[in-house]
Design a protein around this ligand. Structure first.
Ligand SMILES: CC(C)(COP(=O)(O)OP(=O)(O)OC[C@H]1O[C@@H](n2cnc3c(N)ncnc32)[C@H](O)[C@@H]1OP(=O)(O)O)[C@@H](O)C(=O)NCCC(=O)NCCS
Length: 186
């Protein structure tokens, strides 16, 4: 085993004043507020959003369905869980009898009054339609409604697409952190 260090940025957005606009949802997409009955659907959306992505190397649990489930269980059991900042996206085009769950986001709060975005993910076929922005806007509105004054998230430095999205929406880098991960070499 060897230790690999992943560089990550903490980005923050103040929740005062005017925030970025939430784009309209494209046709056949539906936002679902947090409901414990949706835990399996969140798990599936998270797993299919993160598998094979850089963050599945940084947090190996994100690359496995069971790992995603454990992570979600851990988030929703905390007393700092913010249900209003937790959203699921469903895609239901005509003729499709069961919804496809294609995006997920969860929120936690901390003692400083900050909201913490947990693992925003959109599944590959549904990206670049504004859905990541919609999920983030919903979470931000939920944090604000919960009385939080700032929101933060951590993003891996190599995840340039996600960083571009967050900075375009007004998030600013406040800190660099390193996460050590044990990597097995053949
Ligand atoms: C990061 C992630 C959530 C973004 O989701 P997304 O749904 O593609 O996000 P958006 O569509 O809102 O924005 C992405 C791009 O689409 C563009 N876009 C937004 N609406 C659009 C539309 N209607 N039509 C075309 N493009 C659009 C945005 O301008 C943005 O462009 P850019 O890449 O040049 O900056 C997604 O790529 C993902 O799940 N990645 C893997 C998991 C991950 O790394 N998550 C982040 C953890 S910190």
């Amino acid at each position: 085993m060897n230790l690999t260090y992943f560089k990550r940025f903490r980005l923050e957005l103040p929740l005062t004043g005017t925030l970025f606009a939430c784009p309209a949802l494209p046709c056949y997409y539906r936002l679902l507020a947090w409901d414990p009955a949706l835990l399996d659907a969140h798990t599936e959306a998270k797993y299919r959003s993160f598998r094979g992505e850089i963050d599945a190397h940084v947090f190996p649990c994100l690359g496995e369905r069971e790992g995603c489930r454990r992570l979600l269980d851990e988030i929703i059991r905390r007393d700092t869980f913010v249900p209003g900042a937790t959203w699921l996206l469903a895609y239901e085009p005509p003729g499709q009898s069961v919804p496809e769950y294609c995006g997920t986001i969860q929120g936690l709060s901390d003692r400083q009054g900050y909201g913490a975005v947990q693992n925003l993910g959109v599944t590959p076929l549904h990206r670049s339609r504004g859905l990541g922005t919609v999920l983030l806007a919903q979470a931000v509105a939920g944090f604000r409604a919960a009385g939080l004054t700032r929101v933060y998230l951590e993003v891996t430095a190599q995840n340039t697409g996600a960083i571009r999205l967050y900075t375009a929406l007004g998030f600013r880098r406040v800190r660099t952190v390193y996460r050590a991960v044990e990597v097995a070499y053949a």
